[in-house]
Design a binder for this molecule. Structure first.
Ligand code: SF4
Length: 177
């Protein structure tokens, strides 16, 4: 665990904290928020519902893992209308998150990465015509797995809203050690 925490800190995440997997619960109401499709990627990627599995399947998958780490990228923005600034923080987080998955795989055979948004590993996802190109590396969002992210943060002693002028993206990695 110490080696994994250090690896993720080296990548640059502002928050790196061990996660208590018993705090993870897939909630149907969070999945229903995905179905509203405000992000516009519902049913377009293997990482997203319905391609990532039913809420019951996601809950079962998450609980196969005994340990986890929460990570966050926290960046500066001018205000909530600073779309460019918000997207810059997101881009940094997505790059770090992909790198984190690969670095954890150097230590462990298997990891379940749950990020902030749809899988961005391929420019164009193979969904639904062909199997996922990287089933071991693809990442769903925490929300796609039914997690109420602010609640998971709270239960693990991690902040979620860092106040005006700050933007935060959250993800987690689940694994067995
Ligand atoms: S790894 Fe590629 S094919 Fe698999 S879910 Fe992600 S984008 Fe789609």
């Amino acid at each position: 665990m110490q080696a994994l925490l250090k690896t993720l800190e080296e990548i640059g995440f502002e928050t790196v904290k061990e996660l208590d997997v018993s705090t993870l619960k897939a909630l149907p109401e969070v999945r229903q928020m995905c179905e509203v499709n405000t992000c516009g990627v519902y049913n377009t990627r293997w990482s997203c519902p319905p391609g990532c599995g039913s809420i019951e399947e996601c809950d079962k998958i998450m609980h196969q893992y005994t340990h986890g780490i929460l990570v966050q990228t926290i960046g500066d923005i001018e205000d909530t209308l600073d779309w460019e600034g918000i997207m810059e923080v997101k881009e940094v987080h997505d790059k770090r998150f992909l790198q984190g998955t690969e670095r954890i795989k150097e230590h462990l055979d298997e990891v379940l990465p749950l990020g902030d948004g749809a899988c961005t590993r391929c420019q164009k996802c193979t969904y639904p015509d062909a199997p996922c190109r990287f089933p071991d590396l693809k990442s769903s969002s925490m929300e796609a797995f039914g997690l109420f992210v602010s609640d998971v943060c709270k239960k693990n002693g991690v902040g979620y809203n860092y106040g005006p002028g700050k933007m935060c993206y959250t993800g987690c990695y689940l694994f067995c050690i």
